[in-house]
Design a protein around this ligand. Structure first.
Ligand SMILES: CC(C)(COP(=O)(O)OP(=O)(O)OC[C@H]1O[C@@H](n2cnc3c(N)ncnc32)[C@H](O)[C@@H]1OP(=O)(O)O)[C@@H](O)C(=O)NCCC(=O)NCCS
Ligand SMILES: [Zn+2]
Length: 284
């Protein structure tokens, strides 16, 4: 493992770390815990780190997926499927769609025309003295039954990790999923959202939602049109606005729930829920 330290401000993040090669300047060496290896540099340690990362990619030091297209998959004539893409049974890749290296296209996945899957994420660093977009070493994992709309872009992970879409997640047109995005099974995302965060299972996201990095939208949540999500949204919450706030609760069937004395019965499907003192919702 390779890491770097640029300032005493981040030294705490190395506490408890062992067996890591840490790139740093001689002034910062004393802040690296014992049990790690120092790689001393006069340059900016971050620039050195990303220079090594770029070199590792150029040298092919990262694992890649095997190139494979199932006989039962349909790839339209103007689609591009790069090497190191695995296209599983029954998948469909529409006209003009580009699928780049290290993408797994699961069983019966549908990629509508003009989607781009597996591009480098948006990370800008100084690499060998030049301001550059960092080449990404990871991939994109589209589980069985995923559908991706036109103009939607899903970027690959940065350090060998996969941007993940769970089974039967459905994404509409013009969505951007960044390199730290993860979308749970059976979630539905309407058009034009920006996702660089964690969406759990069976979430509904209305159009034009922006998520701050690293937030989590809990399972069965509902995020309203145009929301800006700046904090975690708990499971079953109906949240909207900028910043998004919890305005109510929704059933698995997406009907609104009304709680009385900590209990609710869905008027649409009769599912029953309890709410604990901390506000957490559980199906009975
Ligand atoms: C989340 C949502 C369901 C809220 O609807 P609702 O609970 O019926 O809310 P209401 O229309 O009763 O509005 C309640 C209040 O919240 C406000 N509000 C509603 N939605 C809002 C939103 N997305 N952002 C900010 N404020 C919102 C209303 O202006 C109203 O404010 P007021 O009381 O000051 O007048 C709705 O915003 C939404 O996103 N609908 C889904 C759209 C969708 O998914 N379409 C599919 C496209 S494929
Ligand atoms: Zn219900």
């Amino acid at each position: 493992m390779l890491n770097y330290l640029t300032s005493t401000r981040f030294a705490d993040e190395l506490s408890g770390v062992e067996d890591v090669v840490v790139i740093c300047t001689s002034e910062l060496a004393e802040y690296v815990p014992k049990g790690n290896t120092l790689l001393l540099t006069e340059q900016n340690p971050e620039d050195v780190f990303y220079g090594i990362h770029a070199w590792n990619i150029e040298q092919g030091h990262y694992d890649t997926l095997k190139s494979f297209v199932s006989e039962s998959a349909r790839v339209e004539s103007s689609a591009i499927v790069a090497p190191n893409v695995f296209v599983d049974d029954g998948a469909f890749i529409g006209h003009g769609t580009v699928v780049l290296a290290n993408t797994y296209v699961g069983k019966e996945v549908v990629l509508k025309p003009n989607a781009t899957i597996g591009g480098d994420g948006f990370e800008i660093k100084n690499i060998r003295g030049k301001r550059s977009i960092v080449a990404h070493a990871g991939g994109v994992w589209l589980s069985e039954g995923v559908e991706i709309g036109s103009g939607t872009c899903i970027d690959k992970g940065l350090f060998g990790d996969f941007t993940y879409l769970g089974p039967f997640a459905k994404l509409s047109n013009l969505i951007q999923v960044g390199h730290a995005g993860s979308i749970g099974k059976a979630s539905g995302l309407a058009s034009c959202s920006q996702i660089n965060a964690t969406i759990e299972d069976a979430v509904w996201m209305a159009p034009n939602v922006s998520l701050n990095p690293r937030v989590t939208v809990g399972s069965h949540g509902f995020v309203g049109t145009g929301s800006v999500v700046t904090r975690d949204i708990p499971p079953h919450a109906l949240a909207y606005g900028s910043p998004a706030k919890v305005h109510g609760w929704v059933c698995e069937c997406r009907a609104k729930l009304s709680f009385r004395h900590g209990k609710a019965t869905c008027t649409a499907c009769n599912s029953r829920y309890v709410q604990d003192a901390g506000g957490k919702i559980k199906k009975m």
